[in-house]
Every structure is written in structure tokens, then in C-alpha cells.
Write a protein that binds this ligand. Structure first.
Ligand code: AMP
Length: 308
């Protein structure tokens, strides 16, 4: 068994899309990453995060049911769980953040469970860069691969710290808008080059319904998103992608560029499920059969035979 250590928010989300509105439901970057990575064989995963004692047991049970180790999930007595609320535009590809309440995240000191200090893959999901850094510093063995995901919120309020943690990772996954903000370049090819110069050897740029790009030195690879008839709620798609990417790498233990291309496909495949229902509903009940049959669809979508 290989080990995947996941850091990120475990949250309450309130979401509004053109198809409906939810009250506080289960969300958070680590939640989506963990649920997504739970679809791979040969991987044990653990989440390092924090919640308040307002966080219901039934939400924890959803994670435990997918065999995610929660030893590193701290519960703060009398504390309030991180809360995020967002509203999607009609195109479902862009959204406005309406509210971000850090709550227990404000004073969070992550503790990596002893059994995961030698994890093979570390997924630094969206969370304060100093927490991401704090986790890396606790590793007793250099992980095979460290992947970082972040968002504009942290670029706006902790850019120096974010740049510090970026120097320490192998892969960064970031969406197109954020890649432009971080690099100051509009062209995504130029943006990837600027971001790679900050540290990561691999840069993954997520473009929502327009797929994802992987850059490494002078090589680039593109995976489309699966065209879906109905998209209800894109929340967590980026994190689900990251969970699929790292889940596949951890499952295979192979960090070659060739295998990263497959990891991008696995990430895109899993993200296609996430958006089909509100919140984590679809991911919490996903079966391995559903995942592998859609993977076949993906292969057909992207395969062509041109003689060169
Ligand atoms: P995604 O749609 O993949 O970008 O991820 C959405 C998830 O990220 C939601 O479940 C939120 O709880 C979480 N989230 C939103 N803002 C932040 C933030 N500033 N830091 C960490 N997680 C966040």
C-alpha cells in the first residue's frame, strides 16, 4: 500500500448555481480530494485539517466510509468550522466568492499523523500556505511527489508565504484565472513558464469545462473535460481533479511524465462526476465500476488515428 497525505480545508459550503441553492453542506478542498482519491486501489489516504465542534458526525462518517484516515483532523472545542459561500454565473465556469470565514483555520497548527510522516505522495490542497509549509516540514522522509493547489484568496492575502511554499513542490495545479494572476501573463504557455521558474517542475492549469493542460520543460499535454449534458454544481471539481491526479500517482508509484498524463486523465474523469450533483453527493456514492466505464468513454473521446 502506498500512502497519500492530503492537506486542505474541511468545510461548510453554501452554494448557488442557476439550478438551485444549498444551505451549509459538506465541502472543503481536502474533502473533495479525499473522496476522489478513495477510488484507487493500493492507496491509503489521510486528511490533515481542522473543524469546529459544530461539524456533524454524519459528515465525518461520509469520509470514514471511504476509508479516509481522520487521525489528523483536529476538532476545536467551541470553534466554528471554515465556511465558504459562492455563486456561479450562468456559464457555470466562473463564480463569485460571496463569503469566506476562516474561523478555526485562523489558529490552526497542523499535526501530521505519525503513520503518514513517510507518505509517498503529499497533496497540499487549498489552505493557508503556512499550514501547507508546516505539513511539509513534518515529513521525516522526502515524498516521491509533492503537489500543491491554491487559489486567488491566498494570492490576495498571503502571496509571500505562497511563493515560499511553491519553491518546495514538484507539481502545482491551478486554474487559468489564478495562473494569470500569479504569473502576470495572459498566455497560459507563458504563465506556465513563469510559474515553473518559481519552483515546480510540472505545472497543471485547469480550465474547467475546457479541460486541463500539463506543462513540463518544453513538453505540453492536454486533456479535455468530458462533455456532459447537465452540470449542476462545479464546486470541488478542481479538488476532485487533484484527488484523481494524486490518487493515480500514489496508486502506481510512478512519477514519470508519461504517467502524469494518465493522472491528468484520471483527474478529469473523476471531476466529471463531481459536477453532476450538488456538493459531495455524487462523489460520496461513486463506485469503481462507474469510474472505469466512464474512463472508457474518455478514451474514445480523445483517441484518434492520424498517420504521420
Ligand atoms: P474548487 O471548486 O475545486 O475550487 O473547490 C471548492 C472548495 O474549496 C469548496 O468546497 C470550499 O470549501 C473550498 N474553499 C473555498 N475557498 C477556500 C480557501 N480560500 N481556502 C481553502 N479552501 C477553500
Amino acid at each position: 500500500m502506498n500512502k497519500l497525505l492530503i492537506v486542505g480545508t474541511v468545510a461548510f459550503d453554501a452554494i448557488e448555481t442557476p439550478f438551485g441553492k444549498t444551505d451549509k453542506i459538506l465541502g472543503g478542498a481536502a474533502t473533495y480530494i479525499g473522496l476522489s482519491a478513495s477510488n484507487f486501489n493500493n492507496v491509503n489516504s489521510a486528511i490533515v485539517s481542522v473543524v469546529g465542534d459544530d461539524f456533524p458526525q454524519e459528515y465525518l462518517d461520509i469520509l470514514s466510509a471511504r476509508n479516509i484516515d481522520l487521525t489528523g483532523l483536529e476538532t476545536v472545542k467551541g470553534g466554528k468550522t471554515f465556511f465558504w459561500s459562492g455563486k456561479y454565473h450562468n456559464d457555470m465556469n466562473s463564480r463569485d466568492t460571496l463569503d469566506t470565514q476562516l474561523n478555526v483555520l485562523e489558529n490552526f497548527n497542523p499535526v501530521v499523523p505519525e503513520a503518514y510522516k513517510d507518505a509517498d505522495v503529499v497533496m497540499l490542497g487549498n489552505l493557508h500556505p503556512l499550514v501547507q509549509l508546516g505539513v511539509l516540514e513534518q515529513m521525516t522522509k522526502k515524498p516521491k511527489l509533492v503537489v500543491l493547489d491554491t487559489m486567488n484568496f491566498w494570492m490576495d492575502c498571503a502571496l509571500a508565504e505562497l511563493k515560499q511554499v511553491i519553491t518546495k513542490v514538484d507539481v502545482i495545479t491551478i486554474n487559468d484565472e489564478e495562473a494569470r494572476q500569479l504569473s502576470g501573463e495572459y498566455s497560459l504557455v507563458k504563465a506556465a513558464r513563469v510559474i515553473a521558474a518559481m519552483g515546480p517542475k510540472y505545472v497543471v492549469i485547469k480550465k474547467g469545462e475546457h479541460g486541463a493542460l500539463l506543462f513540463h520543460e518544453d513538453n505540453a499535454f492536454f486533456a479535455p473535460a468530458l462533455p456532459l449534458e447537465d452540470v449542476f454544481d462545479p464546486t470541488g471539481a478542481g479538488d476532485t481533479f487533484a484527488g484523481g491526479f494524486t490518487g493515480h500517482i500514489a496508486s502506481t508509484g510512478n512519477i514519470s511524465f508519461k504517467n502524469m498524463k494518465n493522472a491528468i486523465i484520471h483527474g478529469s474523469n473523476l471531476a466529471s462526476f463531481c459536477v453532476e450533483k450538488f456538493g459531495t453527493e455524487r462523489m460520496a456514492s461513486l463506485s469503481k465500476d462507474e469510474v472505469s466505464s466512464r474512463l472508457k468513454q474518455f478514451k474514445e473521446l480523445t483517441q484518434f488515428d492520424i498517420e504521420l
